[in-house]
Write a protein that binds this ligand. Structure first.
Ligand SMILES: [Zn+2]
Length: 282
């Protein structure tokens, strides 16, 4: 059976526009989704990212959380017949406030998978407020509980296959330890790319304030260099058939170009129980 990706809706976030795309609409507020991805059809369910703890915690960054009852992680999983204890692995693209906020809803028998560099980075004090105390303390509890945490060194190991058809690879962008999750589906390679891309339209399709050819715009929130972020985005555009960021609708890509977008609920390999596929040209 081929792997499938189901999108989970953890609730929106309101934040300042230039945080998402460098220099865009400074001072204006944007509302973006926060997604998680449930990979089904393999030996066990695998969950990628868990959203933010609660609305109040987003205030610590001066952002607004719009998480409602419907967005609770248990309810989002239940739509696909999955309970927290059924999830074998939780993979984090990175450990920011809006990606790793619900690990304590899962038993210690669910193994959380993190790039070791990201766990180190989360306690470095660099980008400090984006790594909230309760989430990181929970991960340290897991570090001291047998089998509750799995650490990878993707910068050194190269890509690692977590279960057949699900491969983790260092992203080299957004944070020092971010990773991408490649999923081999019946329709091609779909890559869950965390926050390496925030906004497909304004960074890739019509890059904000960039005139020259085949260039991409960076986000307003990256730990490394702009050069590294641009290269990481181009690598994604050239290495996958579908890109699934956490704060934007998925994109279909071909040879470095975005060739389609999915109507808010998702694409080819990604299905949603009630919405049928709806692609529109980029
Ligand atoms: Zn994020």
């Amino acid at each position: 059976m081929a792997l499938e990706i189901r999108i989970l809706d953890y609730g929106d976030i309101e934040l300042e526009s230039s945080f998402l795309v460098l220099g865009r609409d400074c001072g204006r507020t944007r509302r973006v989704p926060t997604y998680g991805f449930l990979i089904l059809g393999g030996a066990y369910p695998v969950l990628v990212d868990t959203g933010y703890r609660d609305n109040a915690i987003m205030e610590t960054l001066g952002m607004r959380g719009l998480q409602f009852h419907e967005n609770m992680i248990e309810r989002q999983l239940a739509k696909h017949g999955v309970k927290p204890r059924d999830v074998r692995y939780i993979v984090h693209t990175h450990l920011h406030i809006d990606h790793a906020g619900k690990d304590d809803h899962f038993p210690m028998t669910t193994t959380v998978v993190v790039n070791r560099r990201e766990l180190e980075y989360s306690v470095s004090g660099l980008m400090h407020p984006q790594y909230p105390k309760p989430d990181i303390i929970h991960l340290i509890e897991r570090l001291h509980t047998p089998q509750a945490l799995r650490l990878e060194d993707l910068e050194l190991s190269g890509p690692i296959e977590l279960i057949p058809g699900v491969v983790l690879e260092a992203a080299y962008a957004h944070t020092e330890g971010s990773l991408n999750v490649h999923v081999e589906t019946a329709e091609g390679r779909a890559t869950i790319c965390g926050d390496v891309i925030y906004d497909i339209q304004d960074q890739v399709v019509e890059p904000f304030r960039i005139a020259f050819a085949d260039e991409v715009q960076v986000t307003g929130n990256h730990a490394g260099s702009k050069r590294a972020e641009k290269a990481a985005i181009k690598k994604l555009l050239n290495g996958s058939d579908f890109l699934l960021p956490v704060h934007d609708k998925p994109a279909k890509v071909h040879r470095g170009q975005v060739v389609g977008r999915l109507e808010w609920e998702v694409p080819g390999p990604v299905s949603h129980s009630v919405h049928r596929r709806a692609w529109f040209p980029a």
